[in-house]
Design a protein around this ligand. Structure first.
Ligand code: GLU
Length: 472
């Protein structure tokens, strides 16, 4: 076990939490827990145009839902602006940064000219060795980082992909503070990671191109360089970066559709990490087994069917209280609605029955709510396959037996049903599917005999009678 590991999840509050981001949070959390380290969070809210309080609250709520809130208070990047400026001054004093007075329009023109020739543009270093006075600093200027001269190449050892090298001629003196005084991303990440004493930076592979620049800043500031681990992206079915067009990407939406937090967590961990063939893990197991040696280098393709399967497994494993808590998270007063129309005893029984074939909690809840009302219209086409010329008589015969009995146990009702179909030389399915339609308006539902017991005799009789009328 490594000592004093400190990792951070650094989302920008410019949208609802994306499942790709949350997977980054999960890998950070697992690495910290596995090493008895500390898992932190930094809100990168410097893009004031796009960052909103609503998105921030939504992201924090998603993390709370997934049990991924940080171990220490959240650091807000915007609140550290003054500190960022102090670090910039330090770099200016040491000569590792310099003011650049070049006109942005001029530079932009040059960039476009280069790009029109199919070449990448690099800053020529016009202001690199210019002497400047304090008075000059009153004129509009950006601050650039001075890439050391004697550098041939830059390399770091990524925990997932091994050595990642670039030639130094791919770098130019990049801007660390814009003309309007706003420090840039590559700079603030380093300043804040140093402040937060981050030992391991675990993030998406889209940040690899930034890493070499960030390492140069660490070196200039004489700070320890953290270990980097860049996770492959989550991909859509065509191998592209997963987008809204391929699948739901917001964690809030998964929550609202009735995915359980632990199921989504389990699915996302397995998306890119493996431990033999094991698919289902408790959090304790994940923490125990997690390592970067078993994180793939290639992007992982998102598979909604697998997520639904895992969700179904987690729903079946959930007891009554955990389902109640999960339904609370669905919002929309679904829990109050259920508790208004069903007794607790009925709800317990309904959950037991419905969870056996559930994939999403919301569908299950809506089915249980709609079961309360007698179906108003029956889609007879659904049962066409099982209707025979004797169906009405068959249903009437069963109804008579049901009316006579006070024993609504599964075995007894099954017995009655078997005896009835035998008399008509039909199969149990001929009766069961009709009963299912009568009781629920659907042909996919839990066992009909269990439903009769939950609904009670009167309601079951009414519903079967309505079907008989509809068949006539
Ligand atoms: N705010 C960045 C993002 O959302 C993360 C930067 C980092 O982890 O260094 O992608």
């Amino acid at each position: 076990m490594l000592k004093n590991i400190r990792v951070r999840f650094a989302p920008s509050p410019t949208g609802h939490l994306h499942i790709g981001s949350v997977r980054v949070a999960i890998f950070n959390w697992l690495y910290a827990r596995h090493n008895n380290g500390t898992y932190l969070m930094r809100v990168e809210d410097t893009d004031t145009q796009r960052s909103t309080k609503e998105f921030l609250d939504s992201q924090i709520d998603s993390l709370r839902w997934l049990n991924l809130l940080p171990d220490e208070p959240i650091v807000y990047q915007m609140s550290r602006l003054e500190e960022h400026k102090k670090v910039i001054n330090k770099l200016l004093e040491s000569g590792d940064a310099y003011p650049c007075f070049c006109e942005p329009e001029e530079l932009e023109k040059k960039r476009q000219e280069r790009e029109a020739l199919g070449r990448a543009y690099k800053y020529e270093g016009t202001c690199r060795n210019k002497k400047y006075t304090q008075d000059d600093l009153k004129k509009p200027h950006a601050i650039r980082f001075k890439v050391p001269d004697n550098l041939e190449y830059l390399e770091f050892n990524d925990l997932i992909r091994g050595p990642v090298k670039i030639e130094s001629d791919q770098l130019d003196d990049f801007i660390i503070m814009r003309r309007d005084g706003a420090p840039t991303y590559n700079f603030v990440v380093v300043a804040d990671d140093i402040f937060m004493q981050i030992t391991h930076v675990i993030r998406g592979e889209d940040h690899i191109p930034n890493t070499h620049k960030q390492i140069l800043i660490y070196k200039a500031l004489n700070s320890n360089i953290p270990v980097f681990a860049h996770l492959p992206l989550i991909l859509g079915p065509a191998g592209n970066k997963l987008s809204k067009r391929d699948a739901t990407v917001s964690v809030q939406e998964y929550k609202q559709q009735g995915f359980l937090a632990d199921a989504l967590f389990n699915y996302l961990v397995r998306l890119g990490w493996s431990h033999g063939d094991q698919e289902l893990f408790t959090r304790e197991e994940m923490v125990k087994f997690f390592d970067f040696d078993h994180v793939g280098k290639k992007g992982a393709i998102f598979d909604i069917k697998k997520l639904e399967w895992i969700n179904g497994v987690y729903i079946r494993q959930s007891d009554y209280n955990s389902l109640v808590n999960a339904i609370k998270e669905l919002g929309n007063n679904y829990l109050q609605e259920l508790e208004k129309i069903w007794s607790q005893e009925q709800l317990k029984e309904l959950f037991e029955q419905y969870k056996q074939r559930a994939t999403k909690l919301l569908d299950m809840v809506l089915d249980i709510i709609s079961l309360h009302n007698d179906p108003k219209v029956l889609d007879l086409a659904l049962v066409q396959k099982w209707v025979t010329p004797n169906s009405i008589d068959l249903l009437q015969a069963f109804l008579q037996e049901l009316n006579k009995t006070s024993d609504l146990s599964h075995d007894h009702l099954l017995n009655l049903a078997n005896n009835t179909v035998e008399k008509f030389n039909l199969k149990l399915v001929n009766l069961a599917q009709l009963l299912r339609l009568a009781l629920t308006g659907k042909i996919m539902s839990p066992g009909v005999f269990e439903l009769i017991k939950i609904l009670g005799k009167d309601s079951a009789v009414n519903r079967i009678t309505f079907l008989i009328k509809s068949l006539k």
